[in-house]
Structure formats: C-alpha cells, structure tokens
Design a protein around this ligand. Structure first.
Ligand code: PEP
Length: 254
C-alpha cells in the first residue's frame, strides 16, 4: 500500500465477545465513511475474527489477527496458523510488546511469524519499541536497531514493502503516558535509516511506519501531523467506537 494512505489499526486485545464485537462494527459502520486516503483495520480476538469477516464490508474495514503461530499446520494444540487466517485477515500483528513481555516471545519467534505472514499473503505489522528502563539508559536507538534486525532477518527487498513497522514504546502502551511527537519523529527516523541501511533508499521511503502508545482522539492529530508517520496503532481508545471514529476522521483530515 502506498504511503499516501493513512493506516489506522484498532487492537481490541482480549476484549469484546461475539455479540459486543458485532454491535461495535454496526455502530462504527454508521459513523465512518469509506475514504480513499485512510485504511481502517480492526484487530479483534481470534475467536470473533471469522464471524466479523462475514459481517464487515471489506471496502470499509480490513481485519488483522492479533497473533498467530508461525507453523502452517500440525500438532500445535491451541494455536492458529497464518495459513488458516489467509483470506480472512489482511494484516497480522507481530512482536506486540504484550506478546514479547507477557508471553516471552523473542526475536526468533517474531522473525518466524513475519515470514509466516508473508508466505500466506498477510501483511505483518512488526511492533518494536523500548521499555522504560531502556529509555532511561538511552538505549532506544540500539533497541530499535536490534528488533528490526531480529524481526526482519531473511526478508527480501521485495518483501519489505509488504511489512508495516509500528513504533510502540513499551512504557507508553496502555499507560496513558504519551511519547512526545519530537521523540516519535526521532524514533521513526532511526527506523527509516535502518531500513535504508538494510534495503536501500526506495524501501526506506516506501515502508509504512506507524506510532502506537496511549493515543486518544485528542492526541491523534499530533502524531498524524508527523511527516514520516503513516498511521496509528490504537489499543484502549479503539474499544470505544465513537473515539475510534474521531481518530479515523483526523486521519482523513491529515
Ligand atoms: C497497543 O495495544 O498496541 C496500544 C498502543 O495500546 P494503547 O493504545 O492502549 O496504549
């Protein structure tokens, strides 16, 4: 997808049952218009994905998986593969800080999932970002560098254009603590310069980079105004259809 479209992803995390999810989509449908300059993506729980895929108008919303296993099939009790999600979702979150920190996913898992998504025609949204202590120790740049190298190993220069990178400082996720736009600008520059180093200028100029971390309707415009930021990954605020529709409206105006 070209960078002239803002990408707004709502990550519902482990919230909303089937009924609530369906009601939510009904109300959001009425609140937003299809805009050529904004792509809206919902990331519900895996459990509600199938039924929502039948309900949503794909021109209005795309769907994303919050997680999936990297093997295509086999004896992996409790897991769902990217192969099974193919055709249902267009995007898949990979390396979200909650997966890294609560479920102890490491770069080798992240990398395998990025590859599994690509081989199944799902665009991986690779989430990277520093913790509070890494930030206090001035390690942000090194963390972004390591997580990019770790997550993208073996990805070709054709494939990189399918990957979305989300800069999500861990200390800003679900905490109400926003990163300053100036810090986001700096982090996104580091990300693009690392992509340039790995894949060249064309890839660095065309890869989509998002910001995520406690974005609310009131703060969305500040991040969307940053030249190098192509959209937002929204957690808490995406659970309120009204707040989420306001963020989408701001993306249109950006
Ligand atoms: C997220 O889950 O990726 C996220 C950014 O959450 P929140 O907006 O609640 O900080």
């Amino acid at each position: 997808m070209a960078r002239d479209k803002k990408l707004i992803i709502g990550n519902w995390k482990m919230n909303l049952n089937m009924h609530e999810a369906s009601l939510y989509v009904h109300s959001l449908e009425k609140m937003i218009k299809v805009r050529r300059d904004v792509e809206v993506v919902l990331a519900p729980t895996i459990f509600t994905l199938q039924s929502l895929s039948l309900q949503v108008n794909r021109r209005q919303f795309k769907l994303a998986a919050q997680n999936f296993y990297w093997r295509d099939s086999g004896a992996y009790t409790g897991e769902v593969s990217a192969t099974q999600l193919r055709g249902i979702v267009d995007y898949g979150l990979v390396g979200h800080s909650e997966r890294r920190h609560i479920f102890h996913e490491h770069d080798k898992d992240v990398r395998a999932k990025v590859q599994a998504a690509l081989r199944n025609h799902i665009r991986p949204v690779l989430c990277i970002g520093e913790t509070a202590s890494e930030r206090a120790n001035n390690e942000t740049e090194a963390v972004l560098h390591d997580q990019l190298i770790g997550g993208l190993a073996n990805i070709t220069s054709e494939e990189i254009e399918q990957v979305v990178i989300a800069y999500e400082p861990v200390w800003a996720i679900g905490t109400g603590q926003n990163a300053l736009p100036v810090d986001v600008t700096r982090a996104v520059k580091v990300i693009r310069s690392q992509i340039r180093h790995l894949y060249g200028k064309q890839a660095a100029d065309s890869v989509q980079v998002l910001y995520g971390g406690s974005v609310k309707a009131e703060s969305a415009a500040d991040y969307l105004a940053i030249d190098d930021v192509d959209g937002l990954l929204i957690g808490g605020a995406s659970l309120d259809a009204h707040a989420f529709s306001e963020i989408i409206a701001k993306a249109h105006r950006a």
